[in-house]
Design a protein around this ligand. Structure first.
Ligand SMILES: Nc1ncnc2c1ncn2[C@@H]1O[C@H](COP(=O)(O)OP(=O)(O)O)[C@@H](O)[C@H]1O
Ligand SMILES: [Mg+2]
Length: 282
């Protein structure tokens, strides 16, 4: 795990890094008038999103705003009813989830999805299926090519487990490790596909303050490695602490975007997002 960091210092540094940056940076992911309907419900409505390379972008908004649906369309789980998803300029229309992973987008889920009866190491290895040229890692090892690839997959998985701080749990079943560690394991599995874009759906959900801070430090650390991050996040401390850019969604539509501090003080955002949240918590 990343080391302890001074939070205030980090926020100031992020602000300085932000100045003038969003105009220069290349857009790696873009949705253009994206629309997704469920029967009569328009969950995502003409939604435009831009994610700049090398940055941490956050997508926020009240429950039911359509955030997870955007992720599900971007990652090929749902087909769009209108509009486009462009990744590095390429239209992802019609691509299946495993093809999208191969293009370089990896994700985690709002509700953790691990293979609970597999070990931590096996979980991370399973994440690399899609990149495998020789077939699945569990296939009978026959050819030298398969053997070599199996070793590479294992080595990469081991490195990723170390990176997310779970090396000592490598042989433990995923269901037996602490909840916060399960969240990190899912991130490790996503990273094992060597993505260009990591898409995280509420990664801090269920984490305590210390675990959230460690997660923020970790995410800030890994973008230095030529990675771009898009996250859905509920915890405003996390959003303010690590985002270079924030997009706000409500009822399927974009209602604001900007630097974290701009969005945070936007009255429309406060009304739509914070207002509804308070009601829900009652
Ligand atoms: N598979 C689905 N079938 C029907 N309705 C769905 C489905 N997935 C999401 N929805 C609806 O779409 C809206 C947006 O949901 P979601 O994208 O999960 O919101 P968020 O992640 O912002 O909380 C909600 O009204 C939700 O009930
Ligand atoms: Mg959601």
């Amino acid at each position: 795990m990343a080391k302890e960091n001074n939070n205030m210092e980090t926020i100031i540094r992020t602000k300085q890094e932000n100045e003038g940056k969003n105009k220069i940076n290349k857009v790696v992911l873009q949705t253009d008038k994206l629309t997704k309907k469920f029967g009569g419900l328009i969950a995502v409505n003409n939604f435009d999103l831009k994610v700049s390379q090398g940055e941490i972008s956050s997508l926020i908004g009240p429950n039911g705003a359509g955030k997870t649906t955007v992720f599900n369309v971007v990652t090929g789980i749902y087909k769009a009813d209108g509009g486009k998803v462009l990744f590095k300029g390429e239209d992802l229309a019609g691509k299946k989830p495993h093809q999208i992973i191969k293009k370089g987008i990896a994700r985690t889920f709002q509700n953790i999805r691990l293979f609970s009866n597999m070990t931590c190491l096996e979980n991370v290895m399973a994440g690399q299926h899609c990149r495998s040229k020789e077939g699945t890692w569990s296939s009978v090892l026959q050819t030298p090519g398969q053997k070599k690839e199996e070793l590479e997959i294992k080595k990469n998985a081991e490195n990723r487990l170390k990176q997310v701080g779970l090396w000592k749990w490598r042989d433990e079943l995923a269901k037996n490790i602490a909840y916060g560690n399960q969240r990190m394991l899912e991130i490790g599995r996503a990273l094992a596909t060597n993505p260009d874009l990591l898409v995280l759906d509420e990664p801090s959900s269920g984490l305590n303050d210390k675990e959230s801070e460690d997660l923020m430090d970790f995410l800030k650390e890994i973008i230095k490695d030529n990675l771009t991050i898009l996250l859905i996040e509920h915890d405003m401390n996390v959003v303010m602490g690590i985002s270079h850019w924030v997009t706000v969604m409500d009822e399927g539509k974009k209602i604001a975007e900007g630097l974290p501090e701009e969005v945070y003080s936007n009255p429309q955002v406060i009304e739509a997002y914070l207002g509804k949240d308070e009601e829900e918590e009652e």
